[in-house]
Design a protein around this ligand. Structure first.
Ligand code: HEM
Length: 388
């Protein structure tokens, strides 16, 4: 998509797309301004309702009504209050406590792979790991994690597809209802017997003064699963792909392992897992000289902003030593990703351990298949050959 982004960005950083019937913000500065603009509202669940086929609109209602309670779909001041309560137990301290668990999960996966001589980065590591980590953090037993994945993928397909079919809507809504039923039981169990997991911590916040309602605890569980797994999967897959495509960068990282953190930032900038975030205009306003009307959908194209040459030096170059990487891959402003610390830690551990474990890694296919999705950038599979 990048040459198209650039073509439009240099001419019209804020552009109306007649096919999507939406505004698209391509420039870095313009993306930051839009994400800070209080007229660009996150109360966008209705955008989903609009794209749903009429015959199944009722089915999607449960979803859109519930989405209205999710942080991602709220505006200040309600958003700020709920975000604070949700984020309090989901702190960097909690994330750091997960580090040994993540290392152990990666180690086990690599040992399994080592016996095979070849592996698929997406299927063998990038897909199961983020789900396992979120599951462990929330307190979902290992045996149930696969089921949750199926439900949350059905939801994701419905939300991210520009024109979901009736079948996708039915499956997505049913997925959400099944997730709810699952979390309801888990919450009831943790109420009886708290553990050291996020669900138990949220319950404490709720019981301390009813600040976070029982419904919000439930919705938060689904949100984390929904927001945190596919995104991290995509980062791990495209991150390794870009390292292998730029062999000199991989070599440099092997020689200077302390570049790992800036390498992860470059992976996020260069191939942003969330290519676009949506907003809806809540009033008429002007942005970069364009008249935006109340109700207009707005797509802020993070993947384009992150390659804007007015902000980054030589942006088409993948450079793990880059120092100007103040990218927008985790968003900007009020909704800045709540899981950024966790995602960064997971990626750091995965690439550290992968390079340590395999002295030689290479792509085992010439052509990669990308997901057919304009919102999320990720590979469907990534076959890798190695020597141990
Ligand atoms: C929000 C990206 C991983 C939880 C966001 C947003 C972006 C993003 C762009 C802002 C959306 C908007 O403004 O509309 C990513 C990327 C990830 C990642 C690229 C991985 C590489 C995670 C993980 C979790 C998580 C691991 C949790 C387990 C959330 C939550 C929000 C959010 C809860 C909503 C925050 C709010 O609305 O206040 N993420 N994310 N994310 N992310 Fe992430």
């Amino acid at each position: 998509p990048y040459p198209i982004y650039e073509h439009i960005r240099t001419r019209e950083p804020v552009h109306y797309n007649p096919i999507l019937q939406a505004w698209m913000v391509f420039g870095y500065e313009q993306a930051q301004a839009m994400l800070k603009n209080s007229n660009a509202s996150s109360r966008r669940a209705e955008l989903l309702a609009k794209k749903v086929p009429a015959a199944v609109r009722d089915k999607a209602k449960t979803f859109t009504q519930t989405a209205n309670d999710m942080l991602l779909f709220l505006d200040p001041p309600e958003h700020r209050r709920k975000r604070h309560l949700t984020a309090r137990p989901f702190s960097m301290r909690m994330v750091r406590r997960l580090e040994p668990t993540i290392r152990d999960m990666v180690d086990k996966a690599l040992k399994r792979i080592a016996d095979q001589g070849r592996f698929d980065m997406v299927h063998d590591l990038a897909l199961p790991l983020p789900l396992g980590v979120i599951g462990a953090m929330l307190g979902v037993p290992e045996s149930d994690r696969h089921t949750l994945k199926t439900f949350s993928e059905a939801m994701s397909l419905m939300v991210n597809h520009p024109k979901p079919s009736a079948e996708m809507v039915v499956q997505g809504s049913e997925g959400m209802e099944a997730l709810f039923a699952y979390f309801r039981d888990l919450i009831a169990e943790r109420r009886r017997q708290p553990q050291s997991d996020l669900i138990s911590e949220w319950i404490k916040v709720e019981e301390q003064g009813d600040l976070l309602s029982a419904q919000e605890v439930l919705v938060n569980g689904c949100l984390l699963l929904f927001a945190g797994h596919e995104t991290t999967t995509n980062l791990l897959g495209t991150g390794l792909y870009n390292l292998l495509r730029h062999g000199e960068q991989l070599q440099r990282l092997r020689e200077e392992p302390n570049l790992i953190e800036s390498a992860v930032e470059e992976m996020l900038r260069f191939e942003s897992p969330v290519q676009m975030v949506t907003r809806i205009a809540r009033a008429d306003f002007v942005a970069s000289g364009k008249q935006i009307n109340r109700g207009d959908p707005i797509f802020v194209v993070l993947g384009s902003a992150n390659r804007d040459r007015r902000h980054f030096n030589d942006p088409e170059r993948f450079d793990i030593t880059r120092r100007d990487s103040r990218h927008l891959a985790f968003g900007y402003g009020e909704h800045f990703c709540l899981g950024s610390g966790l995602a960064r830690l997971e990626a750091k551990i995965v690439f550290e351990q992968l390079l340590e474990f395999f002295p030689s890694l290479s792509l085992a296919a010439d052509q990669m298949e990308w997901k057919p999705d304009i919102m999320n950038r990720g590979l469907l599979s990534l076959p890798i050959a190695f020597e141990t």
